[in-house]
Design a protein around this ligand. Sequence first.
Ligand SMILES: [Fe+2]
Length: 310
Amino acid sequence: MPNANWITVDDYGFPGGWTNASESDARALALCRQLEAGQILFFPKLPYDFPSDEREFLLSREWNELRLHKNVSYRPAGDVLRGFSGDHEAETRLHHVLRNYSAHVVEFLRDFLRPYAGRWTLDFASFRPFEEEGRDLPLHKRNDLLHVDAFPSRPTRGGRILRVFTNLHPTKARVWHATTDFGWLAEKYASGAGLERFAANNNFVSRGVSRWAAALGWKKLSRTPYDRFMLRFHDYLKENGDFQTTCPKLRIEFPPLATWMVYTDGVAHAAMSGQYAVEQTLLIPPEALAAPDAAPYRILERLARRPLIS
Ligand SMILES: [Fe+2]
């Protein structure tokens, strides 16, 4: 599966961590830079602890009681499970398994991506038990259309969205399409999505005020022009049939028990098929980035010739 934006990590595993501990600081920093530049980091085997009985529990049923929701989310900050409506025993067990999963992934990332450790905001984890192929979802919620991620309820104000996925299916690959770097994507499509209009919008508050608004739960005020543009860009790319069919894309097959991580705000991606995945999201603030010039907000600011976050 080798290709241009795909790196197999073969010097880190569980248990044991880094193969060469004396070089781990330099390796971790180099990998943070590669991730930020749009590479997908791939681990053929689980790089963190995920006990087999807990994995088997997730695979042991169809989870039809979850079909009203897109995914099940686990919110580590409040230890809250959302999106489940089934029997109490299953809910308690699922909560326990996702809590453990999230804690183990975070422990792994504290070591593997150590330049970010302690600087990120831990976002939600999710369990994705449904077959992605042929899912009947509204257009803007479809996973099988190429898009970059932006969260309506959690503006990042220039921070980046890092996601770590594991394919838990025992026999089936999870298949993605992914495009090349954000610079290319923005140059070709940001203007059509209205970048200039979002950049010129003087409904603009400082990062300090927007953080304060976020703390109070005032989502609209807490969004910077960057956040508003990225929400639009997500929808615009999904709506754009020409982009979906003509843009150069890679088909990537993640085999059973593979783990991969990627900045999904920069790499356009689509989940074409696959069932039973888990995922943890982290938000990396602009001041913690190892390659800040590669951040989507910086690329968009260069294109718009205006500040977008402060
Ligand atoms: Fe996505």
